[in-house]
Design a protein around this ligand. Structure first.
Ligand SMILES: CC(C)(COP(=O)(O)OP(=O)(O)OC[C@H]1O[C@@H](n2cnc3c(N)ncnc32)[C@H](O)[C@@H]1OP(=O)(O)O)[C@@H](O)C(=O)NCCC(=O)NCCS
Length: 199
């Protein structure tokens, strides 16, 4: 399985899947929808810790400083998912349907879903949790009719732009969330089915 060509793991009707992995990856990883029992304070702390390396580089992502209220508001724009390892929440992603009111034209398109608030706890990074959350989001969005997935990230975060390219995305423009951030963002998009060029 490669990240650029996801295997589309099975997703049950309640949006949960179990992922068996090996080697350096975690063995008891599952992804499920956010629930009312998930603590927003703990999730905000998780997001802050995941995004801390960006803050250390001087990049003011939303995730470096968002409040608990911001976390709730961001989840409310779509469907939140969390990844668990041995019952502990170690990652999250927020999947958003088309956003008719968005200032970003790409996000207003009827076939384009997007994601944000994508974070994995520092101790669990590079073990496949992020890919599992992302693939879960692709499958879920596809099941609801999405044709393309989009995101934006900091233009100076070239390592992450390379990562998303390796996951099938292409840069297709810019957007600007300043003063909430302190950088111009790069928009990226991929075809959900094929992972090919769609810009
Ligand atoms: C982005 C993030 C969620 C990825 O989660 P993760 O669990 O570490 O990712 P995975 O282990 O599933 O990574 C799979 C592959 O993606 C690529 N990748 C992951 N993190 C990367 C990084 N920091 N730089 C470059 N490539 C990376 C690698 O190819 C990796 O495979 P490998 O470890 O075998 O080389 C995590 O790094 C994170 O929380 N970052 C801080 C928050 C953030 O930047 N979110 C995205 C904002 S747009």
């Amino acid at each position: 399985m490669t990240a650029g060509q996801p295997s589309h793991p099975p997703v049950s009707p309640d949006g949960t899947d179990q992922i068996g992995r090996s080697a350096n990856s975690v063995s008891h990883l599952s992804v499920r929808p956010l629930s009312a029992d998930d603590g927003l304070l703990a999730l905000t702390s998780l997001v802050h810790s995941a995004y801390a390396p960006h803050a250390e580089r001087g990049l003011r992502f939303w995730g470096t400083h968002q409040s608990v209220e911001d976390t709730a508001e961001r989840f409310s724009t779509g469907q939140g998912f969390v990844a668990e390892v041995d019952g502990e929440v170690v990652g999250t992603i927020t999947l958003r349907p088309p956003q008719p009111e968005s200032p970003v034209a790409l996000y207003r398109l009827a076939d384009v879903w997007s994601f944000c608030q994508f974070a994995v706890a520092p101790a669990q990074k590079r073990r496949g949790v992020g890919v599992a959350l992302h693939e879960h989001a692709l499958v879920y969005a596809s099941s609801l009719g999405a044709k393309r997935m989009a995101l934006d990230t900091a233009t100076p975060a070239t390592g992450f732009i390379r990562m998303y390219k390796s996951w099938g995305y292409e840069a297709c423009g810019h957007c600007d969330w300043r003063p909430h951030t302190n950088y111009v963002s790069t928009l990226m998009v991929r075809d959900i089915a094929a992972g090919g060029s769609v810009c």
